[in-house]
Design a protein around this ligand. Structure first.
Ligand SMILES: *Cc1c(COP(=O)(O)O)cnc(C)c1O
Length: 231
């Protein structure tokens, strides 16, 4: 692969997202780009910052703890990886958004710790929409009690749903998976009487279809930073 700069990659991805959102009759600001900086160095993350990127995603707490304090304070950090109960405090300190809530107990723990830390993270419920055995996240049925419980939480805002599609999916299946997450969101909004505006779906390989299906956040690493080694 020829070396292309992070700045050029970012410009390309932003243009694609804007064009796709426009084609789906959505406004230019309808989709937020989260640059997934996992495994990249602080210097490379800085390149993205210099190119105007402010939202960054990490899937490991250790990397979040390392990077968040070293980038300028106007960055917004998104925890997108599996959550461990004993790491919630550190996540709440560093991340404004948590995409990977998968139990009522975890939701309550985030709420309690956010109160102690004087924070109010926005959280998403991660749904395994494809049913693939290796994917994390709850079943569509299990999402409802979590969203319902969020109404009792005073120190977090449950803002929507997140999913990951299987890596080798055909386009027709990707449309089905992402469309299903949107429909589930609509159902949960009326069943629980709350607003769930955010749909975090789409990665480097499938974000175009995710945007067409209504993604409000895409989590993109490889298309911005290049392929990760050993991942
Ligand atoms: C790594 C990761 C991404 C980004 O994947 P790319 O294919 O590199 O764009 C998105 N979401 C989650 C949860 C991830 O772990």
């Amino acid at each position: 692969m020829p070396t292309v700069s992070v700045q050029e990659n970012l410009m390309w991805v932003r243009d694609r997202i804007r064009a796709l959102a426009g084609a789906a009759n959505r406004g230019p600001e309808a989709v937020r780009l989260i640059a997934v900086s996992k495994t990249v160095s602080i210097d490379v993350a800085h390149e993205a910052y210099a190119a105007g990127q402010r939202a960054f995603g990490e899937n490991r707490v250790l990397e979040l703890e390392e990077k968040a304090p070293r980038l300028p304070a106007d960055c917004e950090w998104h925890m997108i990886g599996h959550l461990q109960k004993n790491k919630v405090r550190s996540i709440v300190r560093h991340a404004a958004w948590i995409h990977s809530v998968d139990s009522v107990a975890l939701l309550q723990r985030i709420d309690g710790i956010a109160a102690e830390e004087g924070r109010c993270p926005r959280v998403l419920v991660q749904v395994n929409i494809s049913g693939e055995a290796t994917k994390s996240g709850v079943t569509p049925g299990e999402a409802r009690p979590i969203v319902a419980e969020a109404r009792n939480c005073r120190n977090l805002v449950c803002a929507g749903l997140m999913t990951m599609a299987p890596f080798d999916s055909e386009p027709a299946d990707l449309h089905r998976f992402f469309g299903s997450l949107r429909l589930l969101r609509d159902e949960l909004e009326s069943a629980c009487g709350c607003a769930l505006p955010e749909l975090s779906m789409g990665m480097s390989g499938d974000y175009e279809i995710a945007v067409a299906e209504g993604a409000t956040m895409v989590r993109i690493g490889t298309a911005i930073f290049g392929a990760r080694e050993g991942v």
